[in-house]
Design a protein around this ligand. Structure first.
Ligand code: C5P
Length: 231
């Protein structure tokens, strides 16, 4: 099921910068934001409580990966914080993913990270000793995540169709690396426009710098949202 709001990656180093950024938007505009490791480790759980207190939705992108018991307990803490979505590494295994689901409860969405997009097929073979193609490894991890009761995966928009075929149409594909036409690609290697991501089956898109670094972030957000929902 497609989420109409593009998720804004709040890749800021401090609480103060997040406050200034969010203050640009009218109070009635309820956003969906991504809080990643940098901001969470700098600002702590208080940043989640603050963003939630403004009525926004939060995807807490911490990519947990530890023994099942530890991940389950940590997920219970994140559920109490009120996160709407969070994630784990599928490489942690089926039992870890099941424990994560148990700890988080049924309400918030739980996604898996399969192979990081910074990992090449060569690296995967050498370092992880996985002797399949990168695409097959991604699909395998997606199937394990589905079997563990997770809601979906973080993936490249290019992989979304394959993953849905291997799992189910309702298995969520959240895709970063989104760039509206004509914007700077930055360090992203494989990018896709919001409308192409919709056509290819993404359920959520994550957009950072094209909004956060824009001259007018509110206008940039509205334009990307319009393209995403197909206006
Ligand atoms: O600024 P930009 O739109 O490139 O930000 C994308 C966000 O999505 C960043 O927070 C980045 O860490 C994250 N991400 C990504 N590619 C992945 C996984 C996460 O760009 N494969």
């Amino acid at each position: 099921m497609r989420e109409e709001r593009p998720i804004i990656a709040l890749d800021f180093p401090s609480f103060e910068q997040v406050k200034s950024f969010l203050a640009l938007f009218p109070a009635e505009e309820k956003l969906y934001v991504k809080i990643g490791m940098e901001l969470y480790y700098a600002a702590g759980p208080e940043i989640v409580r603050y963003v939630k207190s403004l009525g926004h939705s939060v995807f807490l992108d911490l990519k947990l990966h530890d023994i099942p018991h530890t991940v389950q307990s940590a997920m219970a803490v994140l559920a109490d914080l009120g996160v709407d979505m969070t994630n784990v590494h599928a490489a942690g295994g089926l039992e870890m993913m099941k424990a994560a689901r148990e700890g988080l409860g049924a309400g918030p969405k739980l996604l898996a990270v399969t192979q990081l997009t910074s990992t090449s097929e060569e690296q995967m073979r050498q370092e992880q000793n996985i002797q399949t193609s990168l695409a097959d490894s991604v699909v395998h991890y997606a199937q394990r995540a589905a079997a563990a009761g997770l809601d979906g995966v973080v993936c490249s928009a290019h992989e979304a169709a394959k993953i849905k075929t291997a799992t189910s149409a309702s298995f969520v594909c959240l895709t970063p690396g989104i760039r509206p036409k004509g914007s700077a690609v930055g360090d992203q290697k494989r990018v896709m426009t919001p409308s192409d991501a919709r056509k290819i089956g993404s359920d959520y898109i994550v957009v950072g710098r094209p909004i956060t670094q824009a001259e007018n972030p509110v206008a940039a957000y509205q334009a990307i949202k319009a393209e995403w929902i197909g206006l």
